[in-house]
Write a protein that binds this ligand. Sequence first.
Ligand code: 13P
Length: 270
Amino acid sequence: MTRKLDDLVAAADPASGRVRLISGNWKMNLNHLEAIALVQKLYHLLRPEDFRYAEVGIHPPFTALRSLQLTFEADRMPFTLGAQNCSDEAAGAYTGEVSAPMLAKLGVGYVIVGHSERRRLFHETSELVARKALAVQQAGMHPIVCIGESAQERAAGMTQEVLTAQLSPVLESYPVGAIDGVVIAYEPVWAIGAGEAADPDAVGEITRAIRAFVSERLGEAVGARIRIQYGGSVNVGNARAFMTLDDVDGLLVGGASLDPDAFALLIKSA
Ligand SMILES: O=C(CO)COP(=O)(O)O
């Protein structure tokens, strides 16, 4: 379900004008009944003003999308529905795949593409990720494009190089007029599921460099409008430190989004 424009304007950061976005990536967890129970509990823990601070996206497995779509509609819950992946093809003989138009039909607003788990475990290249981002845009949704360096790449001083290489195919192929609908999620691979997040000062520097790179490639106006999330062991204790960084507009939360009490507190603390 997509939220009304006036709600989203309220969720914008007054300094940057960018709408904050806190997204819960459930990964391969929770069946559709557990998914309904979690969002009902989460919704009751949040007050209307919590939704005015940021747009809150929920990214369940595909099998729970229809159930959550109906739950959000029936109870008028102002969450935005999200998916974790999609095919770069619109339809056809691709056994086991799910297309972007199918997700759009379910009311999905955001689709995560290029998560490091998909790059690493399912061998997704940055070119494929760029095609998926384009498929998401063509179906009328927004891609959340994940980029991030591994521990080895970081140790070798290659962070900036890796991030720009991952991002470039998206910036080169995406329609220029729609590019500010892209959300970039900076998720250092070594911080995912690690229990310890990256240092906020370092994230501040890296996200500033990501925005500068977008500005350099596509102009200052686009750079100023594109949204950047941080992800990797975000929890109640550190969410605010990331949200107060100038170039961070939101969070991509894994483990902590599976616990409604923790996720509600995290949204409030941010
Ligand atoms: O991969 C992540 C979100 O996409 C982060 O996961 P954790 O928050 O569990 O570290």
